[in-house]
Design a protein around this ligand. Structure first.
Ligand SMILES: *[C@@H]1O[C@H](CO)[C@@H](O)[C@H](O)[C@H]1NC(C)=O
Ligand SMILES: *[C@@H]1O[C@H](CO)[C@@H](O)[C@H](O)[C@H]1NC(C)=O
Ligand SMILES: *[C@@H]1O[C@H](CO)[C@@H](O)[C@H](O)[C@H]1NC(C)=O
Ligand SMILES: *[C@@H]1O[C@H](CO)[C@@H](O)[C@H](O)[C@H]1NC(C)=O
Length: 773
């Protein structure tokens, strides 16, 4: 068999090289598109090599394989190989006609065939905000180490040119000898000039994107290189591990030292997102490469809405990453505050929600009637006027949404315009074009008390939806409405209390597995100051000609790299902990009380947030170093969990990649996965639910004795057995069971409590949430 395979590879290598370079050049027939094909390792995967040629050899292998399994009447059009995968998954991506894809599904060596999907880059802007990034900001500067750890940032690339966040401190050592990554040079990305001991890797993956486009990337529009022309990847990479930059700010806002979480960790960039999205096939290729490069942490500020874990490349790739000891954190998504909106739900990765910090950029709107409304702004200039100037509602000036070219110049000139909901900088450009001098922009109704600030182009303030309504009423109540906007700069204060869960942060429950609580944790994701590309404006509008070294933006993608950086520090401090143990340490030490001593609130309504909003709570890096106990899990435990989900052997083999043999000798209940949080799912009528856990003592005291404190969700009965755990040298791990009894309920989500194990030194806390189907 070995000989036959070798011959096949040699014969088709040249063919494959031609195919690989011609991908995307010609126009695809209508029903031809890219598919991701997972193969059964023992049958169809090529032998693994560590050579540079691996990719081409594997592509040749899979090309032959495809040609071999397609009957002659289906051999046209000739399948085009896009990628071969061997670390994050086993298989390949190829351009196939639909009838070819349908045929190969039935081949015994093929586990699954999934159409390639486009994912949205998760920015602060939900689609209703025209798909552009708004802004907000705060410096996240925490002293960290992370020396010797490599964080892979799978995103839009990096812009290192004149970006101090990516300069290497002279005392920074080279990356660890185990690291295999490197920087790719292209005409727009000079690796010699840009890469150093901080930025140690930079690669790009665009074959899936080009296949979907049907033509090569237009290099006048975007750079076919690791260079970030968007800004997102530069921001997330510098948040995870950027070097310290004193005096960093955006137009003077948030002035201070900007630095990544793990300020001494190395950064490796895997660019998978392009101007028109991030494709599954490219994401999987980026993760494949990151695993091969032996990074320590993978940071995923992207994701889509998959139907199942097995057709989500981030889930499959992350499973294989954690098996190699690589920690994976991912953004929960920006589709809050609606329930069941969280993404990246696999239990082996950390799903990060976003919270506020104690810094605001207030911009007061003062009306002629004496009322003041506090909004927010990142406008670079002065106060509109010291005195009041005329105010007009956009609907009375020809365009409720303040669309370009639609506002009446005669009405708007010299005035402040109150617009309806839209993307503030774009609306401001329209107001300015029509001769207006200021703008007031409402936040979304569903965001309640929460608003996002923007790098405003003209004097402007974003106010809550309710305040915008009050301002509207004023414009309609008087013949000559007047207003002024007063910028108050950067305010650090206890009011409102922080952290609060951001309105946009995606919520649980977990739509795949209600028994696994998601999101896992919250981290700063509102008003984050970090590095920005020189190829895009801070507002991302092409009419905006400003260029900035730092930008202030918000989103769970900004929260995710905080956790990635903290994980890198934990990896260095606790080298023998598994990614699951690191995740557990972060979750059980997270706090759920704000800086006013109250339960962390939702920024939507100021009410206490529950576990579906904040997970286990807000990450606490210092506490995570010494959690006392951890909820560990092995790859076999996760495989048993997949069995418990009822996945077929083929679906499970997509993750495990070593054949379709006898997994699922056990199918434990999914809720018995050793998770550091409890989601108890009841029938409508209530009942009793028991979950089992195993804790490992990682504290200094091998003879620690832990007692449990129980806070039952209101209206339920919660018991833990045993209530005391006595560890010793022989007994480093102990089991317990938790049982929740509840009656019927019509309000499905609002009952939560917690259990806390304590030895007098550590508090090992797990939220307990009850859900009724
Ligand atoms: C890349 O940068 C190096 C170091 O700054 C410089 O010597 C070299 O000329 C540059 N290469 C190109 C092609 O610009
Ligand atoms: C930022 O802070 C530094 C140090 O306090 C100061 O020197 C600098 O002028 C400030 N820059 C701005 C734009 O406020
Ligand atoms: C705007 O006016 C207020 C009140 O007079 C003042 O405190 C603030 O510093 C001014 N802001 C700017 C940017 O000039
Ligand atoms: C957790 O499990 C992994 C893999 O089974 C093991 O290597 C590790 O030592 C365990 N304990 C901790 C604290 O990570």
């Amino acid at each position: 068999m070995g000989l036959g395979k070798t011959l096949l590879v040699v014969f088709s290598l040249l063919h494959a090289l031609v195919l690989a370079t011609s991908v995307g050049v010609e126009h695809a027939a209508d029903d031809v598109s890219t598919y991701i094909i997972h193969v059964a390792h023992v049958h169809a995967a090529p032998p693994t090599h560590a050579s540079q040629c691996m990719d081409q050899l594997a592509i040749a292998h899979y090309t032959s394989f495809l040609q071999g399994i397609l009957p002659s009447h289906l051999s046209e059009p000739t399948p085009r190989l896009v990628y071969a995968y061997s670390h994050a998954a086993t298989g390949f991506a190829a351009k196939l006609a639909k009838h070819q894809a349908t045929h190969i599904v039935h081949h015994p060596s093929i586990l699954a065939v999934f159409p390639d999907k486009r994912n949205e880059l998760q920015t602060t802007l939900s689609p209703s905000f025209l798909g552009l990034s708004p802004s907000n900001g705060i410096v996240q500067a925490s002293n960290g180490g992370g020396t010797g750890a490599v964080i892979a940032v799978v995103d839009t690339g990096v812009y290192p040119k004149n970006r101090r966040s990516f300069t290497a401190d002279p005392s920074l050592p080279p990356p660890p000898s185990t690291f295999r990554g490197r920087c790719i040079s292209t005409p727009s990305f000079n690796a010699t000039a840009y890469c150093n001991n901080k930025l140690v890797g930079a690669k790009y993956f665009c074959r899936g994107y080009e296949a979907a486009l049907g033509h090569p990337i237009d290099e006048t529009q975007e750079s076919k290189s690791p260079l970030d022309t968007e800004g997102h990847g530069t921001h997330t990479a510098s948040t995870a591990a950027g070097s310290a930059v004193p005096g960093a700010n955006l137009f003077g806002y948030a002035n201070g030292t900007a630095q990544g979480m793990a300020v001494r960790a190395h950064i490796a960039i895997y660019k998978v997102c392009w101007a028109k999205g991030c494709y599954d096939s490219d994401i999987l290729a980026g993760m494949d490469e990151a695993i091969a490069d032996r990074v320590n942490v993978i940071s995923l500020s992207l994701g889509g809405r998959s139907e199942q874990l097995y057709n989500e490349p981030t889930s499959v790739g992350a499973f294989n990453a954690i098996r190699r000891g690589i920690f994976v954190s991912a953004a929960a998504g920006n589709d809050g505050p609606d329930m069941s909106t969280a993404n990246n739900l696999a239990p082996w990765m950390v799903t990060v929600g976003a919270s506020s910090i104690n810094r605001q950029f207030p911009a007061n709107v003062i009306l002629g009637n004496g009322k003041t409304y506090v909004g927010t702004s990142l406008y670079s200039g002065r106060n509109t006027t010291a005195s009041l100037i005329p105010l007009v509602y956009s609907g009375d000036a020809g365009s409720r949404l303040c669309e370009p070219g639609k506002l009446s110049r005669n009405i708007v000139i010299g005035k402040i315009v109150l617009c309806e909901i839209g993307y503030a900088p774009a609306q401001e450009a329209a107001v300015q074009q029509a001769g207006g001098v200021g703008a007031i922009v409402p936040s979304r109704n569903i965001y309640g008390q929460f608003f996002l600030s923007s790098p405003d182009l003209i004097p402007a303030s974003t106010v809550t939806f309710a305040d915008a309504n009050a301002i509207y009423s004023y414009t309609q109540s008087t013949a000559n409405p007047v207003a002024r906007i007063e910028f108050r700069g950067t305010m650090i204060s206890q009011s409102p209390y922080a952290p609060r869960v951001a309105a946009f942060s995606s919520r649980g429950p977990n739509r795949f597995v209600a028994e696994i609580l998601k999101p896992d944790i919250i981290a700063p994701g509102v008003d984050i100051l970090a590095a920005w590309t020189g190829e895009n404006s801070p507002s991302s509008l092409s009419i905006d000609t400003r260029r900035v070294e730092f930008n202030i933006i918000s989103g769970t993608p900004m929260a995710c790299p905080h956790v990635s950086g903290i994980a890198a520090m934990l990896k260095v401090a606790r080298p023998d902990w598994s990614p699951t143990a690191i995740k557990s340490a972060m979750m059980t030490t997270a706090y759920e009380v704000d800086n006013g001593g109250n339960a962390i609130m939702s920024s939507v309504n100021g009410r206490a947030a529950g576990p579906f909003e904040l997970g286990s709570g807000h990450v606490d890096p210092n506490n995570a170093l010494d959690p006392g106990l951890v909820y560990n899990a092995t790859a076999d435990d996760y495989i048993a969990f997949l069995c418990g989900l009822g996945y077929t052997p083929n679906q499970i083999a997509i993750f495990t990649r070593d054949g379709t043999t006898t997994y699922c000798s056990r199918r434990p209940p999914v809720e018995d996965l050793n998770y550091p949080a409890f989601s108890m799912v009841f029938a409508r009528s209530g009942g009793q639910v028991t979950q089992r856990r195993t804790v490992t003592n990682v504290g200094a005291n091998t003879n620690a004795v832990y007692d449990v404190t129980i806070t039952a969700p209101p209206g339920t009965r919660l018991t833990v057995a045993p209530m005391r755990l006595t560890f010793n040298v022989q007994r480093k791990t102990l089991d317990y069971a938790i049982t929740l009894s509840a009656g019927s309920s019509n309000s499905p989500y609002n009952a939560w409590g917690d259990i806390v194990w304590s030895d007098g030194q550590h508090m090992v806390r797990s939220p307990v949430v009850a859900t009724w189907k």
